[in-house]
Design a protein around this ligand. Structure first.
Ligand SMILES: Nc1ncnc2c1ncn2[C@@H]1O[C@H](COP(=O)(O)OP(=O)(O)O)[C@@H](O)[C@H]1O
Ligand SMILES: [Mg+2]
Length: 264
């Protein structure tokens, strides 16, 4: 078991605000890890740096041994980092399959010139993309809505399409930002089962930001806790739940109390 992701003393400032401050954490190949913390703790900002949306102000991120500072943001998906967004980022007027294919395009190596010279390779890539999409559609059990226009689907279904889109680039690491927020219990349980299958059957390592403590406690191997941009705890779900600093972070400042839901 080796570290797939190593975040080292990472920081991000917005003006005078330190959204992420000196955060270090690792994710081992084959793990399901969670990042938890109160609203505004810096979780999404951390993900934005790991997925190339934002450049860090300080520190570094190693992915599979590569310093991400040397990688162009447009290449992050191609090197194996897939993600979903806290607020849906889908083409509402496109069909489910079309949306999933957009996630695949970052994976296609051919540029326009290649397309002219190596027509055969492009065709092969197109066929591979279609096959991959069909596999994902089956895997996530969305055959019945494959040709539906995304904007007509329920919120829970749209979230599942976004998960499919993130899987289309065949990531080694999948970042999920509050996947189950706004979902009902049945949809939440489905997602928990899919995340386990993604790790076990697709061999994809998962790092998820999650507010829903049931899912965090049920399926995470390890949990990292942020508060005010800093990492305040790390451990197994049971360790983190017992940690007084974690309870304090959730109870202090009249914030929401997700830990209370699981009887911490
Ligand atoms: N692009 C931005 N510009 C300025 N401030 C930001 C930006 N993104 C996030 N922030 C601020 O950084 C802090 C952390 O935000 P965020 O990472 O979204 O937290 P979380 O996902 O844990 O709720 C918050 O105070 C937020 O207002
Ligand atoms: Mg967030």
């Amino acid at each position: 078991m080796s570290d797939l992701l190593s975040v080292e003393h990472l920081s991000k400032s917005f003006g005078g605000l330190k959204a992420v401050a000196d955060v270090s954490l690792t994710v081992t190949s084959g793990e399901i890890c969670s990042v938890i913390g109160p609203n505004g703790a810096g979780k999404t900002t951390l993900f934005n740096m790991i997925s190339g949306v934002l450049r860090p102000t300080g520190g570094r991120i190693l992915f599979d041994g590569t310093d991400l500072a040397t990688v162009s943001p447009s290449r992050f998906a191609a090197i194996g980092i897939g993600r979903t967004f806290q607020n849906l980022a889908l083409f509402k007027h496109g069909t489910v399959v079309e949306n999933i294919l957009t996630g695949r395009h970052t994976h296609l190596r051919s540029n326009v010139l290649d397309a002219v010279i190596f027509f055969g390779r492009t065709r092969r890539e197109e066929i591979e993309a279609r096959e991959r999409v069909e596999h994902i559609v089956e895997f996530l059990e969305i055959e019945h809505i494959r040709d539906a226009v995304v904007g007509t689907l329920s919120y829970g279904q749209q979230k599942r399409v976004e998960l499919a889109r993130a899987l289309a680039c065949e990531p080694k690491l999948l970042l999920l930002d509050e996947m189950v927020s706004g979902m009902n219990q049945e949809e939440t349980e489905d997602i928990a089962r899919f995340v386990l299958d993604i790790r076990d059957q697709l061999s994809i390592t998962v790092l998820m930001i999650e507010h829903e403590m049931r899912i965090v406690m049920d399926i995470s191997d390890r949990v990292h806790v942020l508060n005010f941009g800093r990492k305040i705890a790390e451990g197994t779900p049971a360790e983190v739940r017992r940690d007084p600093a974690v309870t304090e972070a959730y109870l202090g400042g009249h914030r929401s109390e997700p830990l209370a839901k699981v009887g911490a």
